[in-house]
Structure formats: C-alpha cells, structure tokens
Design a protein around this ligand. Structure first.
Ligand code: PLP
Length: 379
C-alpha cells in the first residue's frame, strides 16, 4: 500500500467487539484471565496495551520496519536503545544533534561507563576513523538540529557494519514521509513522536523501530523491565495525528520551501540553513536521500540583540521549544534547545547567539512570510 493509505489503515482493523472505526483507548492497568495459566495475549498494561500495540504496528509500517515499541518520550526511546549496551562499550555520535540527546549521553550514559566520540557525521571518513573494536552504536541525526547538516545514512551504515556496529538514526526532523532510514541500511530508527508524527503539539512520546527480531526482543524486554511506556491516551492521540501525516507533510514541505526562499533573499538573514537551498553543502545528497527538504530552517541574525528584537516582534509565529506541529514555532537554539551543549561546541558548530530556528507550520504561507517580514523591520 502507499504511504498515505498506511498512515490511515496500517495496523488498524476495526475494533472487533463493536466495529468502532476509531480504535478505542484501552484505559486499563490489567486484564482478567479466564483461567489460571491462560490469557488473551494481555496480562498487565506495562507489558502490553491494545491501543499502544495498534500504534506500534502503524508506526512500524510507516518506517518499513517489522517491530515498533512506544515510549513516554523521545528521550526515553533513545535511552532504552542505549540500555542494550554495557559498561565499556563505545558509541560514535554526531557532534551536532538535539541538545537533550547530548545531555543524555554526556550526563547520564557516561556515568554508567559508556564511552562517546562526537564527530561531524556528514563526513563518512570521520565516522570511519572514530570506530573502535568496541564501538557498538553509530548514532546519527540527519538533518541535524539546528544546523541542518545532512549525513549520508547508506554510506555510514556501510562503514559501521564493516565494524559490526549498529546504526541508529533519530528521524524526528523528517518523519518517515521525508526519509526512511531502515531502507537506507540503518538498524534502528528512533523518533520523538511529539513532533511531526503526532503533529498537533498535544502529546509527548517516542518510538523505537527495527527490522531485526533480536533487537526488537531486547527493546521489548527493556520496555517492560524499565517501564517508560507510552500511555493509552497518548497512543490514541498519536494514532489520530498520524492519519493526516502525509497531507500535513506535503503542506509543511511547500511552506518550508517558500519560507526558505524568502529568507535566502532577505538581506537581514545573513545566512539561511536549509537543505533545499542550492548553496547548502549537502544539497545533492538531501535530494537523493530525502523525499523533500522539510520544514525546519535556521537563520543567522548576527547578534543576540537582533535575535531578541526579531523574536519579540513575531506575532503569528509562536516563540517556544519543540517543532513539527501544525502551528509555526520559532526558537532560539543557543538559550533554549541547545543550552546544555558546551559553549565552545556551540560556537564551533555555528549555534551562535544570533541563530534563530523556525519550524514552519501549515498556516497560509503568505501570512507566515508577512509576519516574519514585519519582524525583520525591528532588526
Ligand atoms: C524533541 C526531540 C527529541 C526528544 O524528544 P522528546 O519527545 O522531547 O523527549 C529527540 N530528538 C530530536 C531530534 C528532537 O527534536
């Protein structure tokens, strides 16, 4: 089936008891067992919940994976992947990624003896050079947050697999509509469903997806053992959100391109970072690897004072953390999402005090551009 059909139908048979078209919220903690030693596939709701199972089947299908496990947040999804490792194992990760992932690795995982090397994963030779005999995972985010650098997933998977390392891709910025990492050779995909997958800024969640039965078994074991599960209500909200993923992404894409085009011609935006612009260093790779260029754009205003004036002046665009919702969200990575990244690293990567990130929503793009245009007048 096609992607839009899968968004609406994959994993979702009408509910068997009543025929309800919309799969219900099974708000229960446990299930009655008809007799000792026999149950209907559900024993306790941390282990399995029907609403969550339906969402897991749906998200697995969208990423062209066999197995999915849903978690209480994107961070708990990533955390659970790293709990497959043990003290002394090594990880190669992107030097520019979501600040919360860096904080998890640097402040939590390292305490338990995991070792991390951070490299510019856009350069596959740097990934190869960082691999060690004990490298268990290569962790990629592409395009990166917020610098929009694109990594060649297939090339990295090839060098990682030669070293028997697993490739994990955080696909939050793209959603499976724009990019399907498992098809490119990745072993595991993680998402913050909070962003494009749910798309309505009303739920926090995460998912781990894989084609590998043994990995799925470990993740399922950890999901039950550690327990950071997604609630039935959130599972239902995400199922509802995903039904419109394809149509939302088409509009995000169209609006993202129009906004990037405006910004690239606005002289007060000193630099615009968007993989769809022909001067983006990995524009050709993005064209090959992604179905479009998405709705995430960063741009440089030159100073904190300019960024503050701009952000205080926008009216339709909402100043806030997060991304991927139907509404346009605008943020200041240096002080918001990336505050936990050391200042030297931020400066080297280009996360300057004047950098602004925009998650272009699906409003009328003329209204969005008019809002941004009037805010530039303050700069
Ligand atoms: C938001 C985000 C996360 C973390 O997800 P939560 O649902 O907020 O825990 C991880 N990676 C990326 C790229 C994100 O944007």
């Amino acid at each position: 089936m096609g992607f839009s059909t899968d968004c609406i139908h994959a994993g979702q048979e009408p509910e068997p008891v009543t025929g309800a078209v919309t799969y219900p919220i099974f708000q229960t903690s446990t299930y009655v067992q008809p007799e000792l030693g026999r149950h209907k596939g559900f024993e306790y709701a941390r282990t399995k919940n029907p609403t969550r199972s339906v969402l897991e089947a749906n998200l697995a299908a969208l990423e062209r994976g066999k197995h999915a496990h849903c978690f209480a947040s994107g961070m708990s999804a990533t955390d659970t992947v790293f709990r497959m490792l043990k003290s002394g194992d090594h990880v190669v990760a992107g030097e520019n990624m979501y600040g919360g992932s860096f904080r998890l690795f640097n402040k939590v995982c390292e305490k338990f003896g995991l070792q991390f090397t951070y490299v510019d994963t856009a350069c596959v030779n740097k990934v190869r050079a960082a691999l060690r005999p004990n490298t268990k995972i290569v962790f990629l985010e592409t395009p990166t947050n917020p610098m929009m650098t694109v990594t060649d997933i297939a090339a990295c998977a090839k060098v990682a697999h030669e070293n028997d390392s697993l490739v994990v891709v955080d696909n939050t910025f793209c959603s499976p509509w724009l990019q399907q990492p498992l098809e490119l050779g990745a072993d595991i995909v993680v998402h913050s469903t909070t962003k494009f997958l749910n798309g309505h800024s009303d739920s926090v969640g995460g998912v781990v997806i894989t084609n590998d039965d043994a990995i799925a078994e470990q993740i399922g074991f950890l999901q039950n053992a550690v327990g950071a599960i997604l609630s039935p209500m959130d599972s239902w909200l995400i199922l509802r959100g995903v039904k419109t993923l394809a149509v939302r992404m088409k509009q995000h894409e169209e609006n993202g391109r129009a906004m990037a085009d405006y910004l690239s011609r606005q002289p007060k935006a000193l630099k615009t970072y968007y993989p769809g612009l022909p001067d983006h260093p990995q524009h050709e790779l993005a064209k090959r690897q992604m179905r479009g260029f998405g709705a995430m754009i960063s741009f440089e205003l030159g100073s904190l004072a300019n960024a503050k004036k701009f952000l205080d002046r926008v009216r339709l665009c909402s100043l806030g953390e997060s991304l991927g919702g139907v509404e346009t969200l605008i943020s200041h990575p240096e002080s918001m999402t990336h505050a936990s990244v050391p200042v030297e690293t931020r400066t080297r990567l280009g996360i300057t005090p004047g950098l602004v990130r925009i998650s272009v929503g699906i409003e009328d793009v003329e209204d969005l551009i008019a809002d941004v245009h009037q805010a530039f007048a303050a700069v």
